[in-house]
Ligand binder design. Structure first.
Ligand code: SF4
Length: 436
């Protein structure tokens, strides 16, 4: 989401006559886009502002702005904590050029935490996209779920879905520009619920999200991925849509956070272990092999040894292709911040390591099962490890490296998997005559 916001901010700024420079030493304006999911990231922002200010040469004043989640949450207090000129909330991205105009006219301590204007543009210029082959498309912003540990509903506000026609048109435009893959993004993509369903008429589906998936698949964009899904809103019809459309990629990210019903309740996730497993059943029993990834928090306040064992068994049962494990960290302003944090740092680390060991074992087996199979890979760039290799992602979202050159970037190629690494696969390009 932050990458997508930076792309949008850059689009608006360039349209207003700004140029992006590669070094902050050359910049007249420095905007720091911030994340507040973890406390450490938040602290870093203030250190960075200090560094920028101390690098300012005599007589050269740089306008410094903080945008994103930290700006939205901390608001006015940022002016007390750091020498910044602008505080730009999560819904003010499109108003940055006019805020900068005010700053240039001499106004100081400018703050905009207001809601998004209905007419605000979501457009991103292709020049500002992070890749010429893969594009992020926000389809929904914000979150209504209020999980007790999470700051997002406070920093990003309530859910707002983008009109389907606009999304489908954006996909078509990207396709005409040669993009090969789009990622539909949002805190909870499957909670997608636009105010009016323009653009979805004529598409079947049990939920607006599964209708949107079918509408986007019908554009013919070669690869479509989506993340993140929320378990309670994960309707089996989403799997049906994936089964019907080969260009909807074979990967689902479905965060569970805990395998213990007691902890899930304290987390206010709105799903039980059994609810979650019933959705996993549908994914695992799909006629297509669907890769599955998830997120887990260990050491949530009050998590007992038994609760943690429940998480271990759930992770074993789900046999995830990948798992992001986080040690619980208290976020000021969330309900869980008031729960007594009973788990020591040492215990959190021990649980993290044990879960990581269990996951590694399952992941190794899954990765080994790909050896001898051919995966369709979108080549994204030269590998950072070897100049003679290129790297990209498969449709099932595995990192795949193979021998190749710069000229292959942007191509979708068949790669025969020959080796596995802990978090990636290695292979050889094949053409219709066999191994190339
Ligand atoms: S659903 Fe996700 S973004 Fe929303 S509150 Fe829960 S963890 Fe945060």
């Amino acid at each position: 989401m932050n990458v997508a916001d930076s792309e949008r901010a850059a689009t608006g700024l360039r349209e207003s006559g700004y140029d992006l420079c590669t070094s902050e030493a050359d910049a007249d304006v420095v905007l720091l886009n911030t994340c507040s999911v973890r406390e450490k990231a938040e602290k870093k922002v203030f250190t960075r502002v200090g560094e920028i200010r101390s690098a300012e040469s005599a007589g050269r004043k740089v306008l410094v702005g903080v945008m994103g989640c930290v700006a939205q949450l901390e608001g006015e207090t940022i002016f007390e904590r750091a020498p910044v000129d602008l505080v730009i909330g999560t819904r003010a991205t499109d108003r940055i050029p006019s805020l900068l105009n005010r700053a240039h006219e001499g106004e100081r301590k400018i703050i905009d935490l207001a809601e998004r204007d209905l007419n605000d543009s979501w457009d991103v210029s292709p020049v500002e996209r992070h890749s010429p082959h893969v594009a992020f498309i926000p389809i929904i912003e914000g979150c209504n779920k209020f999980c007790s540990f999470c700051i997002v509903p406070y920093s990003r506000g309530r859910e707002r879905s983008r009109p389907a026609t606009e999304i489908v048109n954006e996909v078509r435009r990207l396709q005409n520009l040669g993009y090969k893959e789009v990622h539909l993004i949002g805190q909870n993509v499957n909670s997608y619920r636009p105010r009016i369903e323009d653009g979805l008429q004529g598409f079947q589906g049990a939920t607006p999200f599964s209708r949107l998936l079918r509408a986007i698949a019908a554009t013919g964009m070669p690869r479509i991925k989506f993340t993140t899904s929320f378990p309670r809103d994960f309707h089996p019809d989403i799997v049906a849509a994936l089964e019907e459309n080969a260009n909807l990629c074979d990967w689902v990210h479905l965060p569970v956070q805990s395998g213990s019903d007691r902890i899930l309740k304290l987390m206010r996730r709105g799903h039980t272990r059994a609810d979650y497993l019933s959705r996993i059943d549908r994914i695992k029993n799909s006629k297509r092999r669907l890769a599955l990834t998830s997120d887990v928090i260990v050491g949530f306040p009050g998590e007992t040894e038994k609760d943690f064992r429940d998480t271990l068994t759930l992770v074993e049962e789900c046999s995830y292709d990948g798992l992001y494990i986080f040690k619980y960290s208290r976020r000021k302003g969330t309900p869980a911040a008031n729960f007594p944090d009973t788990i020591s740092e040492q215990e959190k680390t021990a649980r993290f390591s044990e879960l990581e060991r269990v996951q590694k074992q399952a992941q190794e087996n899954i990765y080994r099962s790909y050896v001898g199979r051919t995966l369709s890979v979108l080549v994204e760039r030269q590998s950072s490890r070897s100049k003679s290799d290129v790297t990209g992602h498969s449709t099932c979202h595995k990192v795949v490296n193979f021998p190749g050159h710069h000229g292959l970037e942007g191509e979708i190629l068949d790669v025969l998997i020959t080796q596995t690494k802990s978090n990636s696969l290695y292979g050889t390009k094949v053409d219709r005559f066999g191994v190339a």
